[in-house]
Design a protein around this ligand. Structure first.
Ligand SMILES: CC(C)(COP(=O)(O)OP(=O)(O)OC[C@H]1O[C@@H](n2cnc3c(N)ncnc32)[C@H](O)[C@@H]1OP(=O)(O)O)[C@@H](O)C(=O)NCCC(=O)NCCS
Length: 163
């Protein structure tokens, strides 16, 4: 699968180009998904997403470890960001911001109007990252995240980036 041009090479870890995920990447994505989110997707759901051709981009280090991935969907002229995850050992090194900047520039170039996402009200790290990129909180969805074992229901903040 063709790699897209990855912006910048000044990150502290050696990384390959960001590229669309292939079938062989799904298990790596699943494993990171389980580490990064309270509620993970199944291998099947991730595989279906990849097969359908929605955005599922991966970023590996040069040793073959999945460092980060992005999952999103275009709906008319809106980009719906479903997941952004950076592997724990690669966090706070600028990868999350850089991957999002990459996706923002791709979507700007393809003429999209805005990007939208829901984020857990308690997820201050992600909120700070998105705010630093120009996203704004535009709403709150009460009880958006259903209760799970060891997790009470939680509100979502709706954040939006306008091109
Ligand atoms: C949120 C997440 C993607 C951030 O990735 P990252 O590569 O560590 O982020 P960056 O290094 O690019 O950080 C960018 C900015 O975001 C903020 N930030 C990131 N992680 C933070 C943390 N743990 N605490 C506070 N602020 C944080 C900071 O402002 C940071 O800038 P700084 O390092 O100059 O202070 C990563 O922590 C993650 O995968 N979390 C689990 C999954 C998740 O929550 N995804 C988003 C849900 S929509």
């Amino acid at each position: 699968m063709a790699a897209r041009e990855t912006p910048g090479t000044d990150l502290p870890v050696p990384l390959t180009d960001i590229r669309p995920a292939g079938t062989n990447d799904i298990y790596d994505i699943y494993m990171l998904n389980c580490k990064a989110f309270v509620e993970s997707w199944s291998v099947m759901a991730l595989g279906m997403w990849q097969e359908r051709g929605d955005d599922l981009d991966v970023w590996y280090d040069t040793d073959g470890n999945l460092a980060a991935y992005y999952l999103g969907q275009d709906v008319l002229d809106e980009v719906h960001i479903m997941q952004l995850a950076v592997a724990p050992q690669f966090r706070r090194q600028g990868l999350g911001s850089r991957l999002m900047q990459y996706e923002i520039e791709r979507k700007r170039a393809s003429g999209m109007a805005q990007m939208l996402l829901e984020v857990r009200a308690s997820n201050r790290a992600a909120q700070k990252l998105y705010t630093s990129l120009g996203f704004q909180v535009v709403g709150r969805r009460d009880g958006y995240y259903a209760p799970l074992e060891n997790h009470p229901p939680e509100d979502a903040l709706l954040m939006r980036f306008d091109f």
